[in-house]
Design a protein around this ligand. Structure first.
Ligand code: EPU
Length: 303
């Protein structure tokens, strides 16, 4: 995008616009190149403006940047960071709460809401980083539960740059899958329903999920689980059995705690991470016959 494009965006968009922005700072893995232009929309009208740019240049969206590998080098077009789409409103009824959140709200904020006021449904999400927008696209979940279970409706900017409200059943959902992966929509907000349940029960369920996560690496830069679990088994277990723990390419290493995590030891590049992913996938295929599918999103695939 040239300077004229940047000036146009600065006039049209209420949120912040920055040129030559390092995207590694917006991802939990800490790798990735430089965005030609990065925009932080502050309202749904900004999303409409940014959607209409798709006719001119690539427009890519980053939520919490937690399940994402951004390639190295220059990222052309516009990168949209949803961080400031952060409104959160609640209608409380005796037996449930209807919660309307914008795409940039962290999943953790909803988990904490449930834990504080006694509304259940999101205990499985404790410790899952990322935003509601990203969680919906990947249908984030754990142990057979997923964000789509609580969903009422989603508001999107569609491919014609119109704001539309979709019911949960207008979209297909699966394990780490939503149809949003194929539709060229931008998620603006959604409404979730949580059930009123005694706090002691919610706390106990949350603790169970935290315990399940205790074997995962903490305090490291990572993108969460790299591969989806093949039906009936765990990708981490397979990779561990194949001896992948500790494998390295440049600054990227397979976690010793959980083999489905790749860690950035400090100076990893996206090229290192992607090479390590391919190495693990090849080893797993040769030794077990399973061709592991990526769970993480690659930015380049959205071009
Ligand atoms: N295991 C090993 N070695 C390893 C990793 C796991 O032997 O290196 C074994 C474990 O001991 C356990 C089994 O494999 O017997 C399953 O492991 P775990 O409980 O860690 O679950 P997972 O199937 O590897 C899934 C999700 C995680 C989620 C956990 C806990 C996927 C791809 N992964 O992991 O989600 O946190 O269950 O609920 O579905 C993510 O989405 O980024 C993610 C990490």
């Amino acid at each position: 995008m040239n300077q004229r494009g940047v000036t146009y965006l600065e006039k049209k968009v209420a949120g912040q616009v920055k040129s030559s922005f390092p995207l590694s700072s917006l991802t939990t893995l800490g790798v990735g190149g430089i965005a030609e232009v990065c925009v932080w929309p502050s309202c749904v009208r900004d999303l409409v403006t940014l959607s209409s740019l798709k006719e001119e240049c690539p427009v890519r969206i980053i939520g919490g940047g937690s399940n994402l590998i951004i390639h190295d080098g220059i990222i052309g077009g516009v990168v949209v960071c949803t961080k400031y789409l952060s409104s959160f409103s609640v209608i409380r009824e005796t037996d449930k709460a209807l919660i309307t959140v914008e795409a940039g709200v962290p999943l953790a904020q909803l988990v904490n809401f449930g834990l504080k006021y006694g509304f259940a449904g999101l205990e499985f999400a404790v410790g899952i980083p990322g935003t509601l927008g990203g969680a919906l696209i990947g249908n984030a979940g754990a142990q057979g539960e997923a964000i789509s279970d609580l969903l009422q409706w989603v508001e999107v900017v569609d491919e014609h740059h119109q704001i539309r409200r979709l019911d949960k059943n207008d979209i297909s959902w699966g394990y780490r899958y939503s149809q949003f992966k194929e539709l060229h929509y931008t998620i603006a907000s959604c409404c979730l329903i949580m059930e009123a349940v005694p706090l002691t029960i919610i706390r106990a369920r949350t603790d169970e999920f935290l315990k399940m996560r205790s074997a995962q690496p903490h305090g490291y830069k990572s993108a969460g689980c790299i591969f989806k679990n093949p039906e009936g088994t765990s990708a981490g277990k397979l990779l561990d059995q194949c001896g992948c723990k500790g494998l390295k390419v440049g600054g990227a290493v397979v976690s010793e705690a959980h083999a489905n995590f790749i860690l950035n030891t400090g100076d990893a590049t996206a090229t290192d991470v992607l090479a390590l992913i391919e190495k693990c996938r090849k080893i797993a295929f040769e030794e077990t016959g399973y061709l592991l599918e990526l769970e993480v999103q690659l930015f380049s695939s959205l071009e």
